[in-house]
Design a protein around this ligand. Sequence first.
Ligand code: ADP
Ligand code: MG
Length: 448
Amino acid sequence: MALEFWDIAADRLRKSLGNNNYKSWIEPLQLVGESAGTAEFFVPTSFFGNYVRQHFEDQILYQMRESGFEVTRVTFSVGRLDQEPVARPSSPAVVAPVKPREIQGAKLDKRFVFDNFVVGKPNELAHAAAKRVAEAGPVTFNPLFLYGGVGLGKTHLMHSIAWELQSNRPDINVMYLSAEQFMYRFVQALRERKMMDFKELFRSVDVLMVDDVQFIGGKDSTQEEFFHTFNALVDQNKQIIISADRAPGEIKQLEDRIASRLQCGLVVDLHPTTYELRLGILQSKIELYQSSYPGIDVRQEVVEFLAHRISTNVRVLEGALTRLFAFASLVGREITVELTQDCLSDILRASDRKVTVEEIQRKVSDHYNIRLSDMLGPKRLRSFARPRQIAMYLCKQLTSRSLPEIGRRFGGRDHTTVMHGVRKIEDLRNKDSQMSDDLDLLRRSLEA
Ligand code: ADP
Ligand code: MG
């Protein structure tokens, strides 16, 4: 039955994604099964799974629903239908001999473990709080409320807590689900007249985690039921962990009494990532990728380029990296800044910080104490030429202008002059630490 539905969904996907995408990415998917709102697919490689997750997950989910599946989530794991699934290296260790209890609710992503979470200033509090509740000691704050913008690691932290609890405390009942799934189950229980079962299930857990709770804003009966569940668990001193994209008081159409209950415990926000954190995350993801793509190297300047140019959303950063590795493995070339710019032009444009050529010229001439007219004029003295080259280099790095365009803005110079300048600075940057510090400083102040 499910396979028939999948045929219909696949056919719709062929139409919406085009034949090439369909052949490359959809046809190889093997539907393994479907339960509790999750459809599970086997994929040939982990790269393949990542790629499909990044690019087609929403479409797949949408077309499956349109074709009659009652799914809210799809998962991709490496395997073939005639084989056992391949265990991935990042899967958390299972503690012998007690087999941990299955986490109830939604499936957990194997990559979302504490070991893969890079800690920096913007997320250190959230991380510390998550670690604390994962110890399952006496409940000190209830609920733990994590909030922050999209792609800053809320779901990653929640899954990490669940994995950790599963291996350290196999005796306790953990339930993780999204607020949407909570609603879905609630509505289903109403429809099937199984409200008693529903209440019993939710009141029997020791740790309840509800992700993206902003979803219940405006959904009155779901809110009501959530509130009862919440209170019942808090009364029994059971740990609750909630995430949302904003602070409790700012969730639209959320009843005041619920908002104030949500604030009773510890409210921690994940701040937008900083340049330093993005660097750290990129480095750790590159190491992960390199185990599946041996031989592909990413230059340090590319890593810095990405950390500078891509927005604070880590999901976007990962998407960029996935594409870059796929591209490099196809063309079999080393990843350079140029290759990166070509391959990621759409992503870069979308998260462009909009630093202008004029700002760069002004900032650099201020920094080196020369007049703007000397930077743009014909003088070839080193004391003018060097800042000019630095400004050109920064224009290449921080704006999406082409070399000829940059040349035009520097007093009508030729693109080969710009290229020469950019190369020169790249070269100096690697040799001369003063130069590399200057560049960092300038970049930082331009982006502030
Ligand atoms: P949110 O739930 O806040 O929207 P996610 O937890 O889904 O964000 O994170 C988006 C992606 O970014 C995930 O693939 C996650 O692994 C990754 N990510 C976010 N923050 C970090 C971090 N600090 N270290 C490593 N990966 C991260
Ligand atoms: Mg999330």
